[in-house]
Design a protein around this ligand. Structure first.
Ligand code: GLY
Length: 340
C-alpha cells in the first residue's frame, strides 16, 4: 500500500519526506499546478527535490477566486486527458488556498481520484486550505458548492515562501490563526499581537496542529469539525457580496467580519473589542443587509432552511448548529455599525 501523510511536514525534513514519497509513488506523469503569482515559487520548490527532474508539466491558471470555477476545472481535466494522465499520475498544488482547493478537486475527481500533494505558499493556505482534505470550486456565485473530502498524499509547509508575502495576505492567514485561538482558548492575546516579522514556524505549527486534531476526530464534518466554520457564515456571505459589488476582499478580511458578528452573538464583548482594536469592523451599509442574509441562507451548514451558526458558549468553548434568525443577525450587525 502506498504511504499517505495528510499531516504536514515542515521545512527541510519536509523535502526529504516528499522525496521518499515521490520515489514510492513513482508517478507516470507529474503535474505542478500554479497560478501566475506562484509560478515563481517553483524556483524555490523544484531544486529542493532530487526526485523532481524535468519530467513534469506546469499547469498555470490565472490567480484569484475566479479560477475556482467549472470552466477552469473543465479546462484542467481536458489538459490532463491531452497529456495522457492516468490513475498513477500525480498533481502537486503549489500555491495559496485557490490552488490547493482547485488542484485537490481536480485530482480527486479525475479518473475517480489520483494522488495529489499540497505545497501551500501563503499563510492562509498553510493554516487552513492545505490541511483537512476539503476541496472545491465555486458555483452559481456561491463558494465551494462543488467538492469533496479527500486527504492529500502529502502536505509540505515551507516558511521560505512567506518571506515575500504581501501584508494583506499575511493578515488573511492571521485571521484563521485568530479563529483557532478563539476556538481553543489558547494564545488569543498573544496571537492578536503577532506581526508578520515576528511569526515563527512554531506559531504556524501550533495553529495547524489544532485544526489537524479536530479533522482527525471528525473528518467528514458530522460534528465537532463544524466549529472550524466560526466566523464563516457572515464571512463567506461578506466575501461573495464584496466580490459581486466590485470590491473584493481577502478571505481572511471576510472571516474577521464574521468573527466580529459571532463574538457579538456569543455575548463576548471583551474579545470583540480586542479584535476591533487590531482589525476594525467594516461598516455594513443598510442596503447590503438583505443580500448578505440571502447568501447566508445558501450556507452548506444550514438545515431545515434555518441559518446555523458556530458560536462560543464562552471563550474557548465552541457550540455549533445554533439557529440564528434574521432579526438576531441584523441586531448584531447594527450594534457593530453603531459602535463605529
Ligand atoms: N476551513 C474549515 C475546514 O477545513 O473545516
Amino acid at each position: 500500500m502506498k504511504t499517505s501523510h495528510s499531516y504536514p511536514f515542515f521545512g527541510p525534513e519536509g523535502y526529504d519526506g516528499l522525496d521518499v514519497l515521490l520515489q514510492e509513488l513513482a508517478p507516470t506523469k507529474t503535474f505542478l499546478l500554479v497560478d501566475s503569482n506562484t509560478v515563481n515559487c517553483l524556483s524555490v520548490f523544484v531544486p529542493k527535490l532530487a526526485q523532481l527532474d524535468a519530467e513534469f508539466e506546469v499547469l498555470e491558471v490565472p490567480p484569484g477566486e475566479e479560477s475556482k470555477s467549472l470552466e477552469v476545472a473543465a479546462n484542467l481535466w481536458s489538459v490532463l486527458l491531452e497529456y495522457g494522465a492516468d490513475r498513477n499520475s500525480l498533481i502537486i498544488n503549489v500555491g495559496g488556498g485557490v490552488i490547493c482547493d482547485l488542484g485537490a478537486f481536480i485530482a480527486s475527481t479525475y479518473k475517480r481520484g489520483i494522488s495529489f500533494i499540497n505545497v501551500p505558499t501563503s499563510l492562509l493556505a498553510m493554516v487552513d486550505a492545505s490541511v483537512g482534505g476539503k476541496n472545491g470550486i465555486n458555483f452559481e456565485g456561491l463558494k465551494n458548492q462543488l467538492g469533496s473530502f479527500t486527504q492529500p498524499n502529502f502536505v509540505l509547509v515551507d516558511p521560505d515562501f512567506l518571506v515575500t508575502l504581501p501584508q494583506k495576505e499575511w493578515e488573511s492567514g492571521h485571521a484563521e490563526m485568530l479563529k483557532h485561538a478563539l476556538l481553543s482558548g489558547e494564545r488569543w492575546l498573544e496571537l492578536l499581537a503577532l506581526e508578520p516579522e515576528s511569526l515563527a514556524l512554531h506559531d504556524i505549527e501550533q495553529s495547524i496542529a489544532f485544526k489537524a486534531e479536530i479533522v482527525r476526530e471528525d473528518f467528514k464534518e458530522n460534528g465537532k469539525r463544524k466549529m472550524l466554520n466560526l466566523g464563516h457564515t457572515t464571512g463567506h456571505a461578506w466575501e461573495s457580496f464584496s466580490a459581486a459589488s466590485g470590491k473584493p476582499c481577502t478571505h481572511g478580511a471576510a472571516v474577521i467580519q464574521g468573527l466580529h458578528v459571532a463574538l457579538i452573538l456569543s455575548g463576548l464583548p471583551e474579545e470583540q473589542s480586542a479584535l476591533a482594536q487590531r482589525y476594525p469592523w467594516q461598516l455594513v451599509e443598510e442596503e447590503a443587509l438583505q443580500p448578505l442574509w440571502e447568501r447566508q441562507l445558501q450556507d452548506k451548514k444550514n438545515a431545515n432552511g434555518e441559518v446555523r451558526y458556530v458560536l462560543l458558549a464562552r471563550f474557548g468553548a465552541p457550540v455549533w448548529d445554533v439557529e440564528i434568525t434574521l432579526e438576531r443577525w441584523t441586531q448584531a450587525v447594527l450594534a457593530l455599525n453603531s459602535a463605529l
